[in-house]
Design a protein around this ligand. Structure first.
Ligand code: FNR
Length: 192
């Protein structure tokens, strides 16, 4: 059975480098994975007052996450952290308390920037959220993609072979990560 992967891109920009990298990862992925690019720009701002009567788009979003076998985050860095739109989606998926859609979903993080630091700050801020959300996050290979402004050809493909190899290795490892972990997901130890 193919594994269903929810892909969240932390940029709403029309020509987003992150979205292009997400599409390149999908193109390089093994056939054992099926991808769903989950949109997050339509999600209204999280407000705990709405927990008892949530907007329809929150419910749809949570369902999209729940039905996935794993979650791939592709994020830019805004002021050395993740963009608010991505944090908003994470918060919406995490509530109501005790009903988080994220729990135990295997995850991977890749960060992309035209800058030189590879959006390391955003990558690791996001990992901090995943610890609390109980999402086992792939550790290696790490992927901090810098210089994104020069990576793509006219067809939005990456030609640089070392970057392609990193992306191929990243998505293949993630496939293995999801396969192994999804076999044990749901077997959360019960309290005595
Ligand atoms: C940025 N950018 C940025 N880049 C970076 O490497 N580190 C940073 O801390 C920031 N901070 C930042 C804040 C805000 C508010 C914006 C709008 C931008 C630049 C950012 O990497 C660039 O806009 C990318 O193109 C964003 O990714 P997408 O939209 O191309 O996927």
């Amino acid at each position: 059975m193919p594994k269903n992967i929810a892909v969240l891109v932390g940029s709403l920009r029309k020509d987003s480098f992150n979205r292009k990298v997400a599409k390149q990862l999908i193109a390089l992925a093994p056939e054992t994975m099926k991808f769903d690019l989950v949109e997050i720009g339509q999600l209204s701002l999280y407000n705990q007052d709405l927990d008892d009567n949530p907007p329809e788009e929150w419910l749809e979003f949570r369902d999209q996450i729940r039905k996935s076998d794993g979650v791939l985050f592709v994020t830019p860095e805004y002021n050395r952290s993740i963009p608010g739109v991505l944090k908003n989606a994470i918060d919406i998926g995490s509530r109501p308390y005790g009903e988080s859609a994220w729990e135990r979903k295997p995850a991977a993080v890749i960060s992309v920037t035209p800058g030189r630091t590879g959006a390391f700050g955003a990558n690791h801020h996001l990992r901090q959220c995943l610890v609390f959300l109980d999402m086992p996050c792939m550790q290696q290979p790490e992927a901090y993609i810098g210089g994104a402004g020069k990576l793509f050809n006219a067809n939005d493909e990456i030609e640089d072979e070392s970057t392609r190899e990193l992306l191929r290795s990243f998505i293949t490892s993630f496939s293995e990560w999801v396969t192994v972990l999804s076999e044990t997901r749901g077997s959360k130890p019960q309290a005595a």
